[in-house]
Design a protein around this ligand. Structure first.
Ligand SMILES: C[S@@+](CC[C@H](N)C(=O)[O-])C[C@H]1O[C@@H](n2cnc3c(N)ncnc32)[C@H](O)[C@@H]1O
Length: 156
């Protein structure tokens, strides 16, 4: 199983890249996180937010590995605890399908895309900047993995 983070946004500030890499590099080979950055749609001109999100959806779908389970990140999504994430990680490792976490751009994710995702999950009920979401998600995946290993990183 491979974990993929498909994130709209590129040319992130150095502190976002450093934060993401800090956690991604801790993941073991059998649970690597691959980051796929998706170039945002140019927002100049008269495009509506719905049009931008639909165009970004096409780029997102092109970046998702075939057959992957899709977990869309959205502030209106389901709340899950880190322990629940660790249980999901165990199940996902057992079934072997890749898992792609999708982070939207400034306008968010296309409604139809969110409806078709296997899961819609939130990290908090606050609206977070998309760069920060990839850092928080990488840390939570590392924490979830550390729970599955009884690694001392996570203290109950
Ligand atoms: C700046 S936010 C977009 C906000 C947009 N107005 C909306 O309503 O979704 C960019 C992306 O970051 C992710 N995101 C932001 N806050 C989040 C949260 N609390 N939980 C999960 N994902 C979040 C989502 O994938 C979102 O599409």
């Amino acid at each position: 199983m491979q974990l993929v983070i498909a994130a709209v946004g590129h040319k992130m500030p150095a502190w976002i890249e450093a934060g993401f890499n800090e956690y991604a590099k801790r993941m073991p080979p059998e649970c690597r996180i691959a980051l796929k950055e998706i170039k945002p749609i140019d927002r100049s001109g008269s495009k509506t937010a719905d049009t931008v999100m639909a165009l970004e959806r096409a780029r997102i779908e092109a970046a998702i590995p075939k057959g992957s389970r899709i977990v869309a990140l959205d502030e209106r999504g389901k709340d899950i605890s880190t322990v629940q994430l660790s249980q999901l990680l165990t199940q996902w490792q057992q079934d072997g399908r890749d898992v792609t976490f999708v982070i939207g751009g400034a306008d968010g994710l296309d409604q139809g895309f969110k409806a078709s995702a296997d899961m819609l999950v939130r990290i908090s009920s606050l609206t977070l900047p998309h760069g920060m979401v990839r850092v928080l998600l990488a840390e939570q995946l590392y924490r979830a993995w550390s729970i599955t290993q009884n690694h001392p990183y996570h203290r109950v």
